[in-house]
Write a protein that binds this ligand. Structure first.
Ligand SMILES: Cc1cc2nc3c(=O)[nH]c(=O)nc-3n(C[C@H](O)[C@H](O)[C@H](O)COP(=O)(O)O)c2cc1C
Length: 403
């Protein structure tokens, strides 16, 4: 499997001979990071009910993973309307701010850095997750195929078909921006180190960006300048609360998850990368359209490689790439200049000490997909570190200050 060849330039420097590029320090916005291994955002549906509150258990999970150069939190709804899955945490109530404070304190105590991912799901929801059982909202009233993950009457997780969402009215747009703005302000109060705006994977901002889900005829639909307007307004609003060097944006060009598609993805995402460069953000986080090939170690689709090159050329600052990487492929892709940092999802989920395991070339715990969403400590905080595998006691994860 080959990594894409990219032009030479300051950000495309060859690796030092003194060690692996994955372990070279890097500046990311305001922060000096000791290496380039990022923990990708991972929804785990373990917030306390009622109220979708982060808890000491969540604090423990993140603190265990504090050796990441940067943790990006699970997607966190900015409003009740922004929720699309059972038991995901929010950042719109006082109690949620206090819950996130437990998490940020625990991560900082363990020496880590954490950005909170700001989320509005748009149409990827269900009336039973919405305030007053209302319809989920979207740029256009187009029903996604697939199922929503809800809590049933027995208190268990259940998949139910998506419904046709309600198209947002033009007058509602400022209200959406305010939801993100309030989430950003609350995140600041919760003591995290920055925020990532979730504009990927077919959620609200992506639904506006991509032509397949946006049939609007107002200032938020039609040409790309309009479809990108909400993302730019949100980025601008969030960047007035946080300095831009503590703000990142996540996108998923060519992604098909959640029934997504765009008639001209190159024009769309090229424009977005270009425009976002102007904000001088900490980073752009791209979900690798070649993830499946990277994972299988097969030749990536030329279209995916082309898109990656385009992102690198058009985004003029730090790029994080996520999707399908292991130690070896991450190193190869960094060396090719495809990105500045690599985010790991499932591997970080199952290996709290992933950087150390990479450094020592130790074997990895396998992730258990049956415990991804919902439940408690099992499949969450009980993946052992190398030290535990050697027989050492686990660190006292939760202490009184985090209760
Ligand atoms: C259980 C699970 C939950 C995820 N939750 C989120 C999320 O909350 N926000 C997000 O942007 N991506 C989410 N993703 C996508 C991951 O961040 C990442 O892009 C994906 O897992 C590919 O990386 P990997 O091959 O290293 O696992 C999730 C993925 C998994 C497996």
């Amino acid at each position: 499997m080959s990594a894409p060849t990219l032009p030479a330039g300051e950000d495309f420097a060859p690796p030092s001979t003194s060690g692996e590029r994955l372990f070279q320090p890097v500046r990311l916005g305001r922060y000096d990071l000791p290496h380039r291994i990022v923990m990708a955002p991972l929804t785990r549906s373990r917030a306390r009910q009622p109220g979708n509150l982060p808890t000491t258990l969540n604090a423990c999970y993140y603190a265990q993973r504090a050796s990441a150069a940067l943790i990006i939190s699970e997607a966190t709804q900015v409003s009740m309307q922004g929720q699309g899955y059972a038991w995901t945490p929010g950042i719109h109530s006082r109690e949620q701010i206090e819950g996130w404070r437990l998490v940020s304190d625990a991560v900082h105590e363990a020496g880590g850095l954490i950005f909170l991912q700001l989320w509005h799901v748009g149409r990827i929801s269900h009336p039973c997750l919405q305030p007053d059982g209302m319809l989920p909202v979207a740029p256009s009233a187009i029903k996604p195929s697939g199922n929503a993950f809800i809590e049933n009457e027995k208190g268990e997780g259940e998949l139910v078909p998506f419904v046709r969402p309600r198209a947002l009215q033009s007058e509602e747009m400022p209200y959406l921006v305010r939801q993100y703005e309030r989430g950003a302000r609350n995140a600041l109060e919760a003591g995290v180190d920055g925020v990532e705006i979730h504009a990927a994977n077919g959620y609200l901002l992506d639904q506006f960006i991509e032509s397949g889900t946006n049939r609007r005829t107002d200032d938020y639909g039609g040409r790309i300048q309009n479809r990108a307007r909400l993302l730019m307004e949100v980025t601008e609003a969030v960047s007035t609360i946080w300095e831009p060097d503590r703000v990142g944006v996540r996108i998923s060009p060519l992604g098909t998850f959640n029934d997504m598609g765009d008639a001209d993805a190159e024009a769309t995402f090229g424009y977005i990368a270009d425009r976002l460069s102007d904000y001088r953000l900490a980073y752009l986080h791209v979900i690798n359209p070649a993830a499946a090939a990277v994972e299988k170690r097969t030749e990536p689709d030329p279209g995916a490689l082309h898109m990656l090159r385009l992102m690198r050329e058009r985004y003029r600052s730090r790029l994080i790439l996520a999707g399908g990487f292991d130690h070896e492929t991450a190193e190869a892709w960094l060396n090719q200049g495809s990105a500045d940092l690599i985010a790991f999802g499932r591997k970080f989920l199952a290996n709290p000490d992933l950087p150390e395991r990479f450094r020592l070339r130790a074997s990895l715990n396998a992730d258990d997909a049956s415990t991804y969403y919902g439940g408690g400590a099992k499949g969450y905080t009980d993946y052992p570190s190398l030290a535990q595998q050697r027989g050492e006691e686990p660190p006292p994860c939760v202490d009184d200050r985090w209760r």
